[in-house]
Design a protein around this ligand. Structure first.
Ligand SMILES: Nc1ncnc2c1ncn2[C@@H]1O[C@H](COP(=O)(O)OP(=O)(O)O)[C@@H](O)[C@H]1O
Ligand SMILES: [Mg+2]
Length: 214
């Protein structure tokens, strides 16, 4: 099943960023977008994940065009169906790691997944305040928070940016296991080519075009 379809996307801020961006993603697939800093990767991810309207073109998620959806439809889609992971995570700072997970659990009506926390290596730090955790632990809690919702599609922007390479590999493996187990899919934005080429397909954003390189 095609769960993401981008057709002829174009966007510009002060100058044109990209045009004619088209691709599709199916269930169980992972797709990486690489490109140098400033090439527009994050902007493209924002467009694909409902956060930014493109200058032209169309995005369909789960078979429905997203930029003509009503606000309640968009909110439901963001809350239940898509998981957004950024390098700068937005954990609630005054709260414990577990409380942060509970918010996601309540909003999405999904139980906290203890096995997932074990796999991410953060099961033993749940009672600590977010601010007491290392950057890498915070990042893994934020990933756990997103996966707690059991999204059908994951958007991840440099999700392993502040992790050492061993932990980064473990986190990526957690994503791949999750995709299989929950019949999900992932769009990964990264400047790390080694990480990118572990995905099923790889696209490079350069010269304002998105070119398939794997
Ligand atoms: N909200 C915005 N308003 C104006 N310019 C922006 C905005 N967001 C990004 N840009 C510009 O668009 C270009 C691409 O940014 P970005 O998509 O973040 O690239 P990447 O993620 O590949 O590093 C940059 O030159 C950036 O300054
Ligand atoms: Mg970026």
């Amino acid at each position: 099943m095609t769960i993401l379809k981008a057709t002829n996307l174009a966007h510009a801020f002060d100058y044109p960023l990209f045009a004619d961006v088209s691709f599709a993603l199916r269930t169980l697939e992972s797709l990486a977008i690489i490109g140098v800093s400033g090439s527009g990767k994050s902007t493209l991810l924002h467009i694909l994940s409902t956060l930014l309207q493109p200058k032209s073109g169309e995005v369909e998620l789960f078979g429905k065009p997203i930029y003509t959806m009503s606000n309640p439809e968009l909110i439901a889609l963001r809350r239940h169906d898509i998981g957004l992971i950024y390098q700068a995570h937005y954990l609630l700072k005054g709260f414990s790691a577990r409380e942060n997970l509970e918010v996601a659990s309540i909003l999405s009506h999904q139980a906290i997944d203890e096995a997932l926390l074990q796999r991410l290596g953060v099961h033993h730090v749940l009672e600590q305040k977010v601010t007491e955790l290392s950057g890498g632990q915070q990042q893994r809690i934020s990933i756990a928070r997103v996966l707690t919702k059991k999204p059908r599609l994951i958007f991840a922007d440099e999700p392993t940016g502040n992790l050492d390479s061993e932990t980064a590999d473990e986190v990526m493996q957690t994503f791949y296991d999750y995709i299989k187990e929950y019949e999900s899919a992932m769009v990964l934005v990264t400047h790390d080519e080694e990480l990118a080429f572990k995905c099923d397909s790889v696209y490079r954003l350069e010269h304002q075009q998105l070119v398939k390189v794997k």
